[in-house]
Design a protein around this ligand. Structure first.
Ligand code: NAP
Ligand code: MG
Length: 532
C-alpha cells in the first residue's frame, strides 16, 4: 500500500511538544478581547463580490451568554438566492476555464491567510458557537488542512486529466473530470469554519462556482471565510454568501433550477429532503451529504478500562456531544459493567462546566433553545424509563445561567430499543448497556440506521480483527483513549459514514472526495496529429 505524507496543522499539539502552551493561551485570550470589541456589527450578504442588503435582519447571540450580541445579519429570501445563483452562473464559464494550477494557488494563499488569522478565527468560534479554545483551534486547523489537502489532491492528480491511449490506430483518447456548474453549499453549526471551508473548497477548487449558506447560529465565522477567499483573489461571483433561515434561504437554494449540485452537512431530515427534491426535479447532479450518527462503542472483557473510560468520556462530552461523531451508546461486557459505569460517572463529574472562553472550560453550552429543550425532554424520559447516573440537569449557577449550559449525562437501565438509545440527540448524553458477549455487542452496535463512527476497547487481536470485519461504520477506532469516536484528521483519517449517515460513502478529507464534484468526459480524436 502506498503511503502519502501530508502535514496536518496541529496548533495545540505543536505548542505542547515545544513547551510553549502559555503562548497559545495568551494569544487566544488576546484574540478573544479583540474579537469581542468588534462584535455587534451589521453584516450584509455577499453576492457577485458586493455587499447585498436584505429587508429583514436577524440577531445572533452567544450560546455561552445570551446578553452578548455577536452581530446582526441579513435575513435572505428566495429573491436573494436567485440573485446569488445568477451571479454564480455568470461566473462559471471563466472559472471553469481558469487552469487548475491557478485555482489551487488561490486556495493555498487563502490557507496561509487563515493560518495568520488562526487565533482571531478560533476566538470568533468560541464566542459565536461556544467551543472551548482547544476545540475552536482544532476547527480552524482542520479548515487549513482541507484547503491544503484538496489543493494537493488536484495537483497530485494533474487536474484529473488522463491519457487513456489508442484503442485502434489513429483514435486518440483522453479522459477528464469537469465541474458541473453552480453548487449549493449548506453548512451546519457545529464545525462552522472547518466544514464550511471544506465543502466550499471541494466545490470551488474543482471549477464549480458556489452559493454558500451557513447555519443561522454561526454566520459570522462564515463571513470571515468568504472575506479571506476574497482577499486571496477569488473572482467576483465564484463564491457568494447568503444568510437566513433553512426554509427561507436553504430550501430555495436546493430547489433552484440553475443549481447543479448540492454539498450539505447536517441532519438526516434535511439531507433526505434535499435528496428527494433533486430526485423529484430530475436533476442529475450530485447531492453530497454528510449526515448524523448514533455512534456505538464496545468495551469487551479484554478491555483496558482506564482507556475505555477516558475514550468514552471524551467522545461523548467533547463540545457537549454536539458532534456527528459523538459517542452515544456503549455496550459493556456485563462482568465489567458496574466498574466501568462507576468510573465513567466519577470522571464525568470532574468535567468542568464553564464559559468556553475560560482556560479550564471543558463542557460547552448548547447551541440553541431547541437543543436545550431536547436535552430536558430526553433527561426527563431517562428518569422515567431508566436511571440517570449523573447529570440530567441544566446548569444554572452564577453566570452560567446566561448561557445554555447543561450537565454531561450518563444513563443506564434503558433498553437498547428505546428511542433515547436509538435517536441522535446532539447533546451530552450517553447510554450504557450491559451485554453478555462480544457477538451481542456487535449485533447491537450494528442495529442502527446510522453508520458513522464506532469504537472498540479490547486488547485482544482476534476481537479487533473480528470487529473490523463486522462493524458497519465508516470511521472505526480501536483503543482510542483521547476519544472513542471523535477527532479525525484530514488525509490520515478521511471522515464520513455508511448507511443513513451519508449519501455517497466517499469521505471528506480523503482521496475520493474531489471527484464527486465533477463529471467525467471521455474524448476521442481521430487523427494522426497528437493534441496538446
Ligand atoms: P441542520 O439543522 O440539518 O442544519 C444544517 C444546515 O441546513 C443549516 O445551514 C440549516 O439552516 C440548513 N437547513 C435547514 N433546513 C433546510 C432546508 N429545508 N433546506 C435547505 N437547508 C436547510 O443541522 P445542524 O443542527 O446545523 O447540525 C447538526 C447535524 O449535523 C447533526 O445531525 C449532525 O450529525 C450533522 N453533522 C454531520 C456531520 C458529518 O460529517 N456526517 C458533521 C457535522 C454535523 P439553519 O441553520 O438556518 O436552520
Ligand atoms: Mg439545526
Amino acid at each position: 500500500m502506498k503511503h502519502a505524507t501530508f502535514e496536518n496543522e496541529l496548533t495545540v499539539a505543536t505548542h505542547r511538544e515545544r513547551g510553549t502552551l502559555a503562548e497559545f493561551h495568551q494569544s487566544f485570550e488576546d484574540a478573544v478581547s479583540t474579537v469581542e470589541a468588534e462584535l455587534g456589527a451589521s453584516h450584509p450578504m455577499w453576492i457577485d463580490g458586493d455587499a447585498h442588503e436584505a429587508d429583514e435582519r436577524f440577531t445572533v447571540t452567544s450560546p455561552a451568554d445570551r446578553t452578548l450580541e455577536i452581530g446582526d445579519f441579513a435575513a435572505g429570501t428566495a429573491a436573494d438566492v436567485d440573485r446569488a445563483v445568477g451571479a454564480a452562473t455568470d461566473a462559471f464559464d471563466d472559472w471553469r476555464r481558469t487552469h487548475w494550477s491557478d485555482r489551487i494557488e488561490l486556495f493555498r494563499d487563502a490557507a496561509d491567510r487563515i493560518r495568520e488569522r488562526k487565533y482571531e478565527l478560533a476566538a470568533t468560534l468560541t464566542l459565536e458557537n461556544g467551543k472551548n479554545r482547544f476545540e475552536a483551534m482544532a476547527d480552524v486547523d482542520e479548515a487549513i488542512d482541507f484547503l491544503r489537502f484538496y489543493s494537493r489532491e488536484l495537483e497530485r492528480n494533474d487536474g484529473y486529466a488522463f491519457d487513456t491511449g489508442e484503442p485502434t490506430p489513429g483514435q486518440h483518447c483522453t479522459n477528464s473530470l469537469k465541474p458541473f456548474g453552480v453548487f449549493g453549499v449548506i453548512a451546519p453549526f457545529n464545525f462552522p469554519f472547518a466544514i464550511f471551508c471544506g465543502m466550499l473548497t471541494g466545490a470551488v477548487v474543482t471549477g464549480n462556482t458556489a452559493v454558500a449558506k451557513p447555519a443561522s447560529a454561526t454566520p459570522l465565522v462564515a463571513h470571515k471565510a468568504v472575506e479571506i477567499l476574497t482577499e486571496a483573489g477569488i473572482p467576483d461571483g465564484v463564491v457568494n454568501l447568503v444568510t437566513g433561515g433553512g426554509s427561507d434561504v436553504g430550501q430555495p437554494l436546493i430547489e433552484h433550477e440553475d443549481v447543479a449540485g448540492v454539498v450539505f452537512t447536517g441532519s438526516r431530515a434535511v439531507g433526505r429532503n434535499i435528496r428527494r427534491t433533486f430526485f423529484e426535479r430530475e436533476k442529475s447532479g450530485p447531492v453530497i451529504a454528510e449526515l448524523g450518527g448514533k455512534n456505538p462503542v464496545i468495551v469487551t472483557a479484554n478491555a483496558d478500562l482506564e482507556k475505555a473510560v477516558s475514550g468514552v468520556k471524551n467522545g461523548a462530552f467533547g463540545f457537549s456531544g454536539q458532534k456527528c461523531s459523538a459517542t452515544s451508546r456503549v455496550y459493556v461486557k456485563e462482568t465489567l459493567f458496574v466498574e466501568f459505569t462507576d468510573r465513567l460517572v466519577a470522571e464525568t463529574e470532574e468535567l468542568v462546566i464553564d464559559n468556553p472562553r475560560e482556560e479550564d472550560a471543558f463542557i460547552s453550552p448548547l447551541i440553541d433553545d431547541s437543543a436545550l429543550e431536547r436535552y430536558e425532554r430526553i433527561c426527563e424520559m431517562a428518569r422515567e424509563v431508566g436511571t440517570v447516573r449523573t447529570g440530567g440537569e441544566v446548569a444554572t449557577s452564577g453566570e452560567l445561567s446566561n448561557g445554555r449550559f447543561v450537565e454531561p449525562t450518563v444513563v443506564t437501565d434503558v433498553s437498547h430499543e428505546h428511542e433515547i438509545a436509538r435517536e441522535e440527540h446532539f447533546v451530552p448524553f450517553v447510554t450504557i448497556h450491559p451485554v453478555s458477549d462480544f457477538g451481542e455487542a456487535i449485533e447491537k452496535a450494528n442495529d442502527s440506521s446510522y453508520g458513522l463512527c464506532a469504537g472498540l476497547f479490547s486488547e485482544d487481536e482476534t476481537e479487533i480483527e473480528t470487529w473490523f470485519e463486522r462493524i458497519e461504520s465508516g470511521m472505526c477506532y480501536v483503543n482510542r483513549e483521547q476519544s472513542a469516536t471523535t477527532g479525525a484528521l484530514v488525509q490520515t483519517q478521511p471522515f464520513g459514514g455508511w448507511k443513513a449517515s451519508g449519501t455517497t460513502s466517499k469521505f471528506a478529507g480523503g482521496y475520493w472526495y474531489l471527484p464527486q464534484f465533477m463529471r467525467e468526459q471521455s474524448r476521442t480524436v481521430v487523427s494522426d496529429v497528437r493534441r496538446e
